[in-house]
Structures are given as C-alpha cells and as structure tokens.
Design a protein around this ligand. Sequence first.
Ligand code: TYD
Length: 143
Amino acid sequence: MHIQRVQLQQHGDDRGMLIALEKDRNVAFDIQRVYYLFATKHQVHRGQHAHRNLNQLAVVVRGSVTFLLDDGSGPVEVVLDDPSQGLLLGRMVWREMYDFSEDCVLMVLADQLYDPTDYITDYDEFLREVKNPLGDLAACQNG
Ligand code: TYD
C-alpha cells in the first residue's frame, strides 16, 4: 500500500524546536479532534481496527512506535520515531500500533469527532468491506 508520510516544517532556533499543525496548510483536512496516547505498556497492541470514514494524521511527539497498516493488499510496517514526520491514515486502512517506547507520546489529529459506529474491529469484516464496497452499500440500501 502507499504510505503517506508528511514532512513537517520545523521552526528551530537556539532555544529549541517548534512545529505548528494547521488546517489546510500542512494538515490536508478539517481538524475536528486531537487525542494522544501515552504511558502505553511496551507489550501492548493498540488500534486493531479500520475506519469507514475518517482521515487522521499521526505524529509521535516523543519516543517511537511501530504501525502496521493494511489497505487490503497486505500488511506494511512503518516506524514513527521523529516528531517532524506525520503519517497520514486514510479511510479503510486497518491499523495496529505496537512496540511503544516507554516515553512514547502518540498524537493523532482527526477530521471527525469520536464515533464508535465508524469503527470496523473485525479484520475479516474489514477485508469483506474493502474488497466489496458496493456490495456493502447495496446491502445497506436493502436493509
Ligand atoms: P480505543 O479505541 O480502544 O483506542 P485504540 O484504538 O488506540 O487502542 O480507545 C480507548 C478508549 O478511549 C475507549 O474507551 C474509547 C475512548 N476514546 C474516546 O473517548 N475518544 C476518542 O477520540 C478515542 C480515539 C477513544
């Protein structure tokens, strides 16, 4: 699958570094929600779901984490360990996160408010929907 990394401009001087995230300037969607994960235990796997209609940008503000991403064509691992790099997560991408460093702070920007009904938490169901989106639409319309 196509991995979409975003290089974020750093504003650095002798005092340190600053990165700004702004709608449409370096975040290509309407930011509705920001959440962050921290104090994640090293052996934990998080995520393990896809979203039907959600775009997100993930930034590891501190530490490192590994993402497994799958758009239906097979899993790809991406390591995030640089606060100046974002990872775009589009709709219908299965994601898992693991190997969190002890100090990891993973910030996520999203273009929708939290909606549990947007989640697909079963991998086989994800594969069914991603491989047959029109079938699901038809099933929806037929009730
Ligand atoms: P969860 O979906 O399990 O996190 P992850 O997919 O990263 O493993 O979310 C943990 C809890 O936080 C769960 O009770 C739902 C809640 N939550 C919100 O209230 N708002 C949010 O924006 C998110 C992402 C989760």
